[in-house]
Design a protein around this ligand. Structure first.
Ligand SMILES: NC(=O)c1ccc[n+]([C@@H]2O[C@H](COP(=O)([O-])OP(=O)(O)OC[C@H]3O[C@@H](n4cnc5c(N)ncnc54)[C@H](OP(=O)(O)O)[C@@H]3O)[C@@H](O)[C@H]2O)c1
Length: 338
């Protein structure tokens, strides 16, 4: 408890992230000042957007500085409190970093929030966390699915995609998912109750969308971009909504990737393509939590977490998102609550 282990950003990546991009350090445990809490990290969230935070470029958040602990969503426990709103032992959620301990006053763009009673760290970072919220607001606010419509989701077996597709199914849509590999596709059909799935690693995506979506696609929730986005655009319906949630196929690209060659389909089909960043919905997160928790408790929404362990495994866990090794929401447990 005297040492604060850290993984700091050592070098900006070019292509896939390697362990050389990070450096292991040990520092003394910091002390909470007036109005601050000392937190101990319990669980880390791994998110594709962390790859973008490692780049020195303008984005929706500043880049992580060289020498700084790598930024990450986390659930932590209050070890010492000099803050009137938090007590020792409280479980909290925030945007933290890859280290055992840190101090905060709880303010900032993404504030410190206490986990509601009965909500585990895994749920807080998983189905009720950022990826669940992204699926909820992206699908409902931008996708606007209507009963009987056809909804296509890429990255469908992942944390965001699996929830997005199930929300569309709950809203009465026919849902087709695109994912990599037989195991993920089987889970989508059998557990998450997607109507159909396309294994993009084994099937011709464009042809299969045509076969499985005979009435064309009303909502495309895209996590992948690139050739999958292009294939989907070939099958959009009149007034379709294309929700640009992410484009993971290009996050490790070392040169600019070509855009879809068929954007004119948006014109012909009077369709709308729109991006979003979930943090803009922070004030509405309680609405998202209430809806997601309700569906989860009633069994309409299933969710998986992939929990790695060991502080030494933190850097390599990030790449599981880009190799598709993660089965559900990627987390890493550092410690159990005291
Ligand atoms: N807009 C926002 O505010 C927001 C917020 C959160 C997340 N996102 C985006 O949502 C997407 C999913 O994030 P997540 O956290 O839920 O991760 P995730 O889907 O749980 O994990 C990433 C998945 O992406 C797939 N993948 C990786 N490389 C790929 C490639 N080259 N082509 C096709 N698929 C690939 C893999 O699944 P397969 O095994 O199926 O290939 C992998 O399991 C990302 O694009 C992320 O940036 C956006």
């Amino acid at each position: 408890m005297n040492t604060n282990r850290q993984w700091v950003l050592a070098k900006r990546p070019f292509g896939m992230v390697t362990e050389e991009n990070f450096e292991y350090r040990e520092e003394p445990v910091p002390e909470a000042g007036p109005g601050q809490v000392l937190l101990r990290n319990l669980y880390l969230s791994f998110d594709p957007t962390q790859r973008g935070w490692m780049e020195d470029r303008e984005s929706y958040m500043p880049p992580v500085a060289i020498g700084e602990p790598m930024r990450a969503g986390c659930v932590a426990q209050v070890v010492e409190s000099r803050h009137p709103d938090y007590s020792k032992g409280d479980l909290v959620q925030m945007l933290g970093s890859w280290q055992d301990f840190f101090v905060t006053d709880g303010k900032g763009g993404i504030p410190l929030t206490r986990l509601p009673a009965g909500i585990t760290p895994r749920m807080a970072l998983g189905v009720l966390g950022t990826t669940g919220q992204t699926a909820y607001f992206g699908m409902l606010d931008l996708g606007k699915p209507e009963p009987g419509q056809t909804v296509l989701v890429s990255g469908a077996a992942g944390a965001t995609g699996s929830v997005a597709g199930q929300i569309a199914r709950i809203k009465g849509c026919r849902v087709v998912g695109i994912a990599g590999g037989a195991e993920k596709c089987a889970w989508l059909k059998e557990e998450a109750r997607f109507d159909d799935v396309i294994d993009y690693k084994a099937e011709h995506v464009d042809a299969r969308i045509g076969e499985l979506c005979p009435d064309r696609v009303d909502v495309f929730f895209d996590n992948v971009g690139g050739s999958i986005l292009e294939a989907a655009l070939n099958h959009i319906n009149m007034k379709a909504r294309i929700v640009l949630c992410g484009g993971i196929s290009s996050y490790n690209a070392t040169e600019p990737q070509p855009g879809p060659t068929n954007l004119m389909n948006l014109v012909v089909m009077r369709a709308r393509m729109e991006g979003f960043i979930v943090i803009d919905y922070l004030p509405r997160f309680p609405e998202g939590v209430a809806a997601l928790a309700g569906w989860y408790q009633s069994g309409e929404l299933v969710h998986r977490e992939d929990v790695q362990e060991g502080f030494e495994n933190i850097p390599k866990t990030l790449n599981r998102l880009f190799t598709g090794q993660n089965i559900g929401k990627q987390l890493l447990k550092i410690a159990d609550p005291a």
